[in-house]
Write a protein that binds this ligand. Structure first.
Ligand code: NAD
Length: 344
C-alpha cells in the first residue's frame, strides 16, 4: 500500500520513518501542501495523508476519488477543513483523535505564563544588554478566575494545571459534565467573570467567530485570551479592536483564521501581506506561535503510530475505529456505521 504524504516537514518524516519498517506500507513524502494544483502528485498512491492546512474541498476530494484513493488519513485531530459531504460514500476519512492532549494544554499554559510575566520581551531585552524591568509587571495567577470553553480531553488537562496554580475555574461546554471544583456557567457569565479565557472547543458552525465584538464587550477589562484551538473561533478584526481599546489585555494565539498561507513556513526574508496578521504581530502583548501546540516528541510518535495503524486497518479490511464522516459532527445519534465498522 502506498501513501502520498503531503505538507511533509522534517519532524514528520523522522517520526514516521521510525515506525514504517513494522508495516507493509510505503510512503512517498511531498513537501507541497495538498490543493487543486498539487493533487496530481497522489496519482499511483492508495492512501493520502494530510495535515491541518491541506485543502480538502470538493474539487480535491473528487480528484482523489477519480484517482482511486480510498482512504484519507488525517494526521491531526481537527477535521473542520474537510468537506465530509463531498467525501461520504466515496473515500474513507480517518484521523488521530488524541495524540497528546498534554502537549496542547501545556502550550496554552506556556502562552499564559509568557504573556503574564512578559518573558518574550525580557528575553529580547537581556540579549540586548538591557536589564531594565520597567513595563514587565505581571500578576499572580493564584486566586484569579480562568474561563475554559470546551472541556474535552485538552480542556480537562488544562483545567487540572490551572487548579494546581490555585485558580478558580469556570467552564462552558455544549455537553457539560461533572468536574470536581469546576463551575459550569453560560458563556455570558464566563465572559463577565474570567481574568483568563482559554478556548478548547472544536471549530463548528456554532463556534465559528464565537469570540466577536459582542463577546469581547462582555469580557472583563484587561482579560487574557488564549486560543490553541482553531483560528476562526476568533473574529480577528474584532480581536484587534479589543486590543487597541485595551479591553483585551493580552492574547496568546497558536492558531489564526488565515494561518494556512503562513504557518509552518519561513517568511523571514519577506514582508507579510496579511494586514491583520501583521497588526497582531505588532502588539507586544500578543504572542503568536505557529500552530506548534501539538509539537512534542510524544505527540509526534503517537501521530505516526496511530496514522499507520489506521492505514493498516484499512489495508486489512478491518473496522476503521478512527473514521469520521458526514454524520459525526451531528453527534452519535446520527451514526450510521455499518456492521463492518466502517461508515459506508
Ligand atoms: P475533544 O473532542 O476531546 O473536546 C472538545 C470539547 O468541546 C468537547 O467536550 C465538546 O463537547 C466541546 N464542544 C463542542 N462544541 C462546543 C460548543 N459549541 N461550545 C462549547 N464546547 C463545545 O477535543 P480535544 O482533543 O480537547 O481538542 C480540542 C480542540 O483543540 C480541537 O478541536 C482542535 O481544534 C484543537 N487542537 C489544536 C492543536 C494545536 O496544535 N494547536 C492540536 C490538537 C487539537
Amino acid at each position: 500500500m502506498k501513501i502520498a504524504f503531503f505538507d511533509t516537514k522534517p519532524y514528520d518524516r523522522q517520526s514516521f520513518d521510525q515506525y514504517i519498517d513494522q508495516y507493509d506500507i510505503e510512503i512517498k513524502y511531498f513537501e507541497a501542501k495538498l490543493n487543486e494544483d498539487t493533487v496530481a502528485l497522489a496519482a499511483h498512491a492508495d492512501v493520502v495523508c494530510a495535515f491541518v492546512n491541506d485543502t480538502l474541498n470538493e474539487a480535491v476530494l473528487d480528484t482523489l476519488v477519480d484517482m482511486g484513493i480510498g482512504l484519507l488519513a488525517l494526521r491531526c485531530a481537527g477535521y473542520n477543513h474537510v468537506d465530509f459531504e463531498a467525501a461520504y460514500d466515496k473515500v474513507h476519512i480517518v484521523r488521530v483523535p488524541a495524540y497528546s492532549p498534554y502537549a496542547v494544554a501545556e502550550h496554552a499554559i506556556a502562552l499564559m505564563f509568557s504573556l503574564n510575566r512578559k518573558t518574550h520581551r525580557a528575553y529580547v531585552r537581556t540579549r540586548d544588554n538591557n536589564f531594565n524591568i520597567n513595563g514587565l509587571t505581571g500578576f499572580d495567577f493564584h486566586g484569579k478566575t480562568v474561563g475554559v470553553i470546551g472541556t474535552g480531553k485538552i480542556g480537562r488537562i488544562f483545567i487540572d494545571i490551572c487548579k494546581g496554580l490555585g485558580m478558580k475555574i469556570l467552564a462552558y461546554d455544549m455537553y457539560p459534565s461533572e468536574i470536581e471544583d469546576v463551575e459550569f456557567v453560560n458563556l455570558t457569565s464566563l465572559y463577565q467573570k474570567s481574568d483568563v479565557i482559554s478556548l478548547h472547543c472544536p471549530l463548528t458552525q456554532e463556534t465559528h467567530y464565537m469570540i466577536d465584538e459582542d463577546a469581547i464587550q462582555q469580557m472583563k477589562e484587561g482579560v487574557m485570551l488564549i486560543n490553541t484551538s482553531r483560528g476562526a473561533l476568533v473574529q480577528t478584526e474584532h480581536l484587534i479592536d479589543g486590543l487597541k481599546s485595551k479591553k483585551i489585555g493580552s492574547a496568546g494565539l497558536d492558531v489564526y483564521e488565515e494561518e494556512s498561507e503562513y504557518f509552518f513556513e519561513d517568511f523571514s526574508s519577506e514582508s507579510i501581506d496579511d494586514d491583520n496578521l501583521a497588526r497582531l504581530l505588532s502588539f507586544s502583548n500578543v504572542l503568536v506561535t505557529s500552530h506548534q501546540a501539538f509539537l512534542t516528541k510524544e505527540a509526534l510518535s503517537n501521530i505516526a503510530q496511530t496514522t499507520l495503524e489506521n492505514v493498516k486497518a484499512y489495508q486489512e479490511g478491518r473496522p476503521l475505529v478512527n473514521e469520521v464522516c458526514y454524520h459525526c459532527p451531528e453527534g452519535p445519534t446520527k451514526c450510521e456505521k455499518k456492521e463492518n465498522g466502517r461508515c459506508f
